[in-house]
Ligand binder design. Structure first.
Ligand code: LLP
Length: 457
């Protein structure tokens, strides 16, 4: 029988981590077990328990550097990569991306505060959102953070604040370019029916409106067309469309100096995925902006992009411990793990696929069993893998799920009052906690029993 090759045998592309399933420091120790960042996964679980989120620092930094280097190589003007912190927001992540020279995009006061606490300079933070609260807008303005105007409501409030304080405010505006791309409909944002940003047909009216304000200065233009995208054409088209809009805005007296193309580059979750490299993506965007600027004799704007998933997803893994087995003869065998939809809601939300291996048999030698990997939540749909082939395994063995750095911890919940796992950073054989494990008691912190109920009991 031909032995099935493990994805762990594939050559690792250290320059563009999004092209690998596994973190770039993945290796198999002399004991035949999985190690990441020089740390034995089994030892980490013995010390920190499971489930466990782990981030590999080398993979994170290589992803950041790939964006920085590619922008320097392919775009002769100024540029600033901005990390989309919704992918994985923490004081640690803010600090790391800032140390790599990145800016940060936030969509709530919580994300803004996290960025500031992590040391991201205010001038490198942008504030997004289709329904910002008054408090959030004030927080951004008071902290000199640039607001990306998403709609008229944002504009009215910023105009009001700038007039009442008699200060000039630099703004960016977000528009929907009407570009379709092939990704899950929930994570597609650039089409005309999107809830985000101004319709392209409304932009002239908007430019005229902004010109009539006393203190709002239109500094930049933003668009984001979607997430987990493998095609390059949508971003090539976007660069060109945005340059044309900058030219159009000149008729209204606006000199737009910043062009932010959003994020969206996909990553390799499974062997069926083949995303472009970070360099190819940056090169495509840069070339299209450059070409359009040259043709129109336009001074090069500062080029910004907002990657989230392609910075952090491949750096992250989640480790689970196997618990119960349930065999339904002739139908399927369930293998249940100690986490599930509360630490990774993507499979149940988007039917997302991942890759996984056994920590003590990473090459998956003799994968003769088909399992459905179920989470521990009270929900039939709480299934992490509908079908996966694994070698023999038993209760207590560890499973490593790859590609969980983005939109896992940031979208996690406490469904069924299950505490969130701890998150570790690994580097050169050392592991450090970057988020402490919650305890069931932590989950009671915000519960309140009104006095009259206490008296009754
Ligand atoms: N910029 C803006 C304005 C965005 O809305 C997003 C993602 C990004 C940048 C970063 O996109 P990325 O490079 O990560 O593709 N929860 C979904 C993904 C939602 C993406 C939302 N916006 C998922 O788990 O797939």
């Amino acid at each position: 029988m031909e032995e099935k090759k493990s994805f762990l045998i594939e050559k690792i592309d250290i320059k563009s981590p999004n092209k690998n399933i596994v973190p770039i420091t993945s290796s198999i120790g002399s004991d035949g077990k999985l190690s990441i960042g020089g740390c034995s996964i089994e030892e980490l679980v013995n010390k920190y328990d499971s489930p466990l989120y782990i981030l590999d620092e080398a993979t994170l930094r290589n992803s950041c550097r790939a964006y920085k280097k590619a922008l320097e190589k392919h775009y002769p003007g100024e540029s600033l990569p901005i990390y989309a912190s919704k992918a994985n927001s923490s004081i640690f992540m803010s600090n790391l991306i800032s140390s790599e020279g990145f800016g940060l995009d936030a969509v709530s006061e919580g994300e803004l505060l996290t960025a500031l606490k992590g040391g991201v300079p205010n001038e490198k933070i942008v504030f997004h959102g289709n329904n910002k609260s008054d408090k959030e807008i004030e927080f951004a303005v008071n902290n000199n953070i640039k607001v990306i105007v998403d709609n008229d409501y944002d504009l009215e409030r910023l105009e009001g604040i700038s007039n009442s304080l008699s200060i000039d405010l630099e703004i960016m505006i977000r528009f929907t370019p009407g570009i379709e791309c092939h990704t899950h409909e929930y994570i597609r944002t650039g089409s005309f029916d999107s809830k985000f940003g101004f319709g392209i047909e409304y932009l002239d009216t908007l430019f005229a409106r902004v010109s009539n304000t006393k203190h709002l200065k239109l500094k930049g233009l933003h668009a984001h067309i979607g997430s987990q995208i493998f095609e390059l054409d949508p971003h090539r088209d976007l660069g060109e469309i945005m340059v044309n809009i900058i030219i159009d805005a000149k008729k209204f007296g606006h000199n737009i100096k910043e062009l932010n193309v959003g994020g969206g580059l996909g990553i390799k979750y499974t062997e069926n995925d083949d995303p472009p490299s970070i360099e190819e993506w940056v090169k495509t965007v840069s070339a299209s902006v450059l070409k359009a600027c040259k043709r129109n004799n336009l001074e090069l704007p500062t080029l910004m992009c907002e990657p989230g998933r392609s910075i952090v997803s491949t750096a992250g893994i989640t480790i689970y411990k196997i618990g119960a087995f349930k065999e339904i003869p002739g139908i399927k065998t369930y293998l249940s793990v100690d986490g599930g939809m509360s630490d990774n809601p993507r499979p149940i939300t988007y039917q997302s696929n991942y890759s996984a291996c056994l920590v003590n048999n990473p090459f998956n030698i003799n994968p003769k069993n088909k399992y459905t990997i179920a989470g521990k939540h009270c929900e039939s749909g709480d299934v992490l893998f509908k079908e996966i082939e694994l070698a023999d395994c038993k209760t207590g063995d560890l499973i490593c799920v790859f590609g969980t750095g983005a939109y896992n911890i940031s979208m996690s919940s406490n469904y069924n009052r299950i505490p969130r796992p701890a998150a570790l950073l690994v580097c050169d054989g050392e592991a450090e906690i970057i988020q402490r494990r919650e305890s069931p008691l932590d989950l009671l912190k915000y519960d309140v029993l009104p006095d009259r109920f206490i008296k009754q009991n």
